[in-house]
Design a protein around this ligand. Structure first.
Ligand SMILES: C[S@@+](CC[C@H](N)C(=O)[O-])C[C@H]1O[C@@H](n2cnc3c(N)ncnc32)[C@H](O)[C@@H]1O
Length: 273
């Protein structure tokens, strides 16, 4: 049984996001792609999926297509990538950034894929399942479209692992609690459940690697953690008056003193169908 989703971050339905916010989120996805800690997570996933020339791969929930472009280079010659996302706006951004390579950009819902059984050698699905209502159903779909012997690679955050130092700990706890829903997914433990979910679906050779991302200053943290990013508008927070301002003051002061710290674990879990 999946938990009821009462409130969703904008990533759950980007096409209903106002244009200014959408532009911010697209820029945020690109900044995350460049972040060394996200690069480290992706390197772990890359080693687990082992993309190779000639393969047909699915990037499920491709966002702006940064990973799809890298996968397309890895499967050449002879291979191809399907970059799928629910959001037409995000797909448009991915198409604009296309740099060659065999990539088809496809609109679709990860929970009900209009793709044939066993039509892929492998699947990459990064930081998507935390935003869907029924991750179990989505994983079943990803396994269905992967051929026997192919690999499914899931990358997702464990938001309950988020921790700070250098700031008031009670205030940090209050912010983490208030962020759950408007800024971070309600489904905040998804990363650590992925290994069990792949085992439950009968996948074999399941590997699970928790990658703890380390942010030693507010600028580095703000790229990945929305509650550190002063550019996230106050109305998005939906927090009690004063909480955001008090918190961002603390974060700024900790940064100036040089003792700000944040950590967040992102799981890389891969299995063979
Ligand atoms: C946080 S972004 C991650 C994008 C990309 N995988 C990355 O790591 O840069 C989440 C993406 O999942 C997409 N998404 C959310 N729900 C989806 C669904 N049900 N089916 C397909 N894509 C979905 C969003 O539109 C968004 O592009």
């Amino acid at each position: 049984m999946e938990p009821a989703q009462l409130e969703r971050t904008p990533f759950a339905d980007l096409d209903r996001t106002p244009p200014a916010m959408l532009a911010m989120l697209v820029a945020a996805l690109e900044a995350m792609s460049r972040h060394p800690e996200i690069r480290r997570v992706r390197h772990t996933a890359w080693e687990a999926l082992r993309p190779a020339p000639g393969q047909r791969l699915l990037d499920a929930g491709c966002g702006t297509g940064d990973v799809a472009r890298e996968l397309a280079a890895a499967v050449a010659p002879g291979g191809a990538v399907v970059a799928l996302d629910r959001s037409e706006a995000t797909l448009a951004a991915a198409r604009e950034r296309h740099q060659g390579g065999e990539i088809s950009y496809v609109a679709g819902d990860i929970g009900a894929l209009d793709l044939a059984d066993e039509s892929f050698d492998g699947v990459w699905c990064e930081r998507v399942l935390q935003h869907v209502d029924d991750p179990g159903r989505a994983i079943a779909e990803l396994a269905r479209v992967t051929r026997t012997g192919g690999r499914v690679c899931l990358v997702d955050t464990d938001w309950t692992s988020l921790a700070f130092d250098g700031v008031d700990s009670a205030l940090a706890r209050a912010v983490i609690e208030h962020a759950r829903g408007p800024l971070t997914p309600v489904q905040d433990d998804l990363g650590r459940t992925l290994r069990r979910r792949l085992l439950d679906h009968g996948l074999c050779d399941v590997t699970a690697t928790p990658v703890t991302c380390y942010f030693p200053d507010p600028a580095s943290a703000a790229v990945v953690l929305p509650m550190i990013n002063a550019g996230v508008p106050e109305e998005t927070w939906k927090a009690p008056a004063g909480l955001r301002a008090a918190w961002l003051d603390q974060v700024r002061a900790a940064g100036e003193r040089g003792d700000f710290l944040a950590v967040l674990t992102i799981w890389v879990v891969c299995g063979t169908v």
